[in-house]
Write a protein that binds this ligand. Structure first.
Ligand code: ZN
Length: 89
């Protein structure tokens, strides 16, 4: 574990549309947010204290997959996915 991951949290890796992304479960660079998707660094952060970490992860993964979608489209897709997942839980 390097110094950054000790400070920021545990990192995992995930291939998204053919590119390797890092997913960090820890404090995002901007403390006020629950999650963050940084396209340039191909890194997603999910705050440890996120109210709903699954919804936050889905939201940030949608940003990573579809950069052309605006925030409202991502929120609508997140909502549809969460409701769909609730059907099978
Ligand atoms: Zn967003």
């Amino acid at each position: 574990m390097n110094q950054e991951s000790r400070k920021r949290g545990r990192a995992r890796y995930l291939k998204i549309r053919g590119q390797r992304w890092r997913v960090i479960f820890g404090r995002p660079p901007r403390n006020y947010c629950q999650g963050l998707c940084d396209r340039d660094r191909r890194t997603i952060w999910i705050a440890k204290g996120a109210d709903d970490p699954i919804a936050t992860l889905i939201h940030e993964l949608l940003h990573a997959c579809f950069w052309d979608l605006d925030e409202s489209a991502v929120e609508e897709a997140e909502d549809a996915l969460i409701k769909g997942l609730e059907l099978v839980s």
